[in-house]
Design a protein around this ligand. Sequence first.
Ligand SMILES: Cc1cc2nc3c(=O)[nH]c(=O)nc-3n(C[C@H](O)[C@H](O)[C@H](O)COP(=O)(O)OP(=O)(O)OC[C@H]3O[C@@H](n4cnc5c(N)ncnc54)[C@H](O)[C@@H]3O)c2cc1C
Ligand code: SF4
Ligand code: SF4
Ligand code: SF4
Length: 578
Amino acid sequence: MNKLILIEDKSKCTGCNACMQICPAKCIEMKRDAEGFWYPVADKDKCLKCNACVNACPVINCGKVHSGNLHLSNENETGDAKTIRKNETESDEKAGCGNETESDEKAGCGNENESDDKAGCGNGLEQCKVLAYGCRNRDEDVRYKSSSGGVFSAFAKEIIEDGGVVFACVLKGKKAVIEKTCDISGLEAMRGSKYVQCDTQNAYSEIKEILASNRKVLFVGTPCQTAGLYSFLGYREYPNLFTMDFICHGVPSPKLFEDYVDSIESKNKSKVTSFKFRNKDKGWSQTGLQLGTYYELKNGKTVRNYPAFKDRYMNAFLDDVALRPSCYDCRFKSIPKSYADYTVADFWGISKIIPELNDKKGTSLLLVHSKKGEEYLKEIAEALEALPVGFKESVKRNPPLLKSAVRYKRRDRFFEDYEKYGYDYVEKKYMSAFKWGTHKAFSVFGSIWKRFEQFIKFGIVGISNTVICLAVYYLGLLVGIDYRISYTLGFLASVCNAFYWNNKYVFKNKQEKSILKAFAKVFASYGLSFVISIILMNIFVELLHIPSVIAPLLKLVVTIPINFVLNKVWAFKDKKIK
Ligand SMILES: Cc1cc2nc3c(=O)[nH]c(=O)nc-3n(C[C@H](O)[C@H](O)[C@H](O)COP(=O)(O)OP(=O)(O)OC[C@H]3O[C@@H](n4cnc5c(N)ncnc54)[C@H](O)[C@@H]3O)c2cc1C
Ligand code: SF4
Ligand code: SF4
Ligand code: SF4
């Protein structure tokens, strides 16, 4: 058993700081590596070998569930989303925007959208009973200053009015950190997404103390930071603790963000006095082009990067070249959620689901994971316009809920170059709109290729089959053999060719034992298409009087797809089953 935290594989550390905060000997320091991400480094000489750091690590303990994690499935077997109503008095007023019609859709439990990746510690979409809502804060100013619908602010305000404390991310100069506030005015700096890793500092320790005094606490952070809080608290349930995470694309390097701000300052010969990662002055929509950064400089200059890809830092973020290693293999993308009470996100795809809540100024998706979360939601019903939606449908356009970003080779090249040549070099080489656009186009092409690769390869083999079959067929015609016999000879030659290449190249069947069986099946599949071919050719030549040289080409339109399906689902199915 581990006695102290030792980082051997960086993808297994999220930098949540739980180990550092819990260490009784204070012998763990968070140190930045060359990429600019922090990792714990323990002083072995001072270590008490108490194992507290290991027990507090959310990655090592991934899969443990805190005791308050009573998923809604217990209480709400159907998983239907419910209209939010004010709690105690059971007010008859409609909560939200007069939504009389409760959604009939099942919330969750579908699995078409399930990622091929492992979905973290959870059981996958098919198991979930998650309540989902489209939400807008009724305060227009607050919503404008929030990234999407301003849901965070509605909860945070209620917690503070209840005498509680809110912990969330603020940008302090060039550094994103988790801070606390028990003052509504403190929420201003917490609003809005900061697309950089933020430092939890000593938040978990402070939260533990506040919880002991029975005050309410709202903690907002990435899914891994929220998991870190629960592992720090020993997975104990606190009725006064509320947690909110968000659908998380990943977090870029804090050093990269600092260098980016430095470069703005040196180009403008003036300090950046305020910075917004997302500005909504041009509206809010899924293309994201309206978003983009906005900053003010000490010399009075203001800069608005519009459309969003004008900002080189944002290009690096969206192009996935600068994320923390753990974000490419995230263990906290799971449904049902083991940790947070709520998950918030941009409600992408809203215009198809609840267009009545889309005024292009920002709508949040709110997912509720716990009974406690469901109860508290009633407290803020009046602050929100909310409509229940089907869970599965609501997350369809938001793959980062379950899928980690892909770690392409250029991510590692980016950081190698960053370390060797510095910020200006990588900005020019990797972060331009052109580079971002090209990589996006390549990855779209890559995913299309991946999806149709087998069919394209099958088509190529099909063409070679046709060439062989026709060569034998025309040769037969040339020497005066009947077109049916010629075609049969051509067919036999093409089946041998098809078997060889489909086995080796298209379906890559490596099971020696099944080779004969597979050959027999290929023969039978092509036999069926042969019969169809003969019938079609008879119709084309005898009935429609199409020349016998053209007829074999025409019938391919029908036989290639039939052959593909038969080969894929039957002849070469064995390997898939294995
Ligand atoms: C790094 C990052 C990646 C994201 N990826 C996606 C995504 O792929 N899909 C999606 O739909 N939504 C994503 N979001 C969430 C989205 O940007 C909004 O935060 C969400 O829609 C909630 O908006 P809101 O208007 O309700 O609240 P807001 O007022 O925007 O508040 C959001 C809350 O997030 C906190 N926060 C901001 N930045 C950080 C940070 N770096 N670390 C920890 N907490 C932070 C704020 O303090 C605040 O409490 C991401 C957010 C971040 C920070
Ligand atoms: S084992 Fe205990 S003392 Fe040693 S580093 Fe971990 S928490 Fe600190
Ligand atoms: S994930 Fe958190 S607790 Fe685990 S080693 Fe990293 S910083 Fe420490
Ligand atoms: S993608 Fe995963 S590891 Fe990365 S910040 Fe988000 S929750 Fe943490």
